[in-house]
Design a protein around this ligand. Sequence first.
Ligand SMILES: [Zn+2]
Length: 104
Amino acid sequence: MNWRLQDKALCVRCGTTGYAKKYMSGSFIIELFLVIAGVFGLLLFIIPGLMLIGFALLYSMWRITTKKWVCGACGASDLIPPDSPVAVRLAAGGTNLPADPKDR
Ligand SMILES: [Zn+2]
């Protein structure tokens, strides 16, 4: 399957079919602050400056690795390909969960 979350996706939470949006944890402001503080720290004291830069890098990496695609309408991460069997059943007016619990 070459479907990607960047493509059109169906949200099982709210039933919206649309484009997912990227969600990043953490804050860009904090990231920016850490980098600026690190650069200024580096000018004054090498070791604490390097520690701040290192922390800023770790923070950036954490943000990148926890990045995920969420529903553009409700923010849920329960996205499935719009042509999957569950999506087809939803489009046909069915429920989003299999009738038989064994199928879940
Ligand atoms: Zn949704």
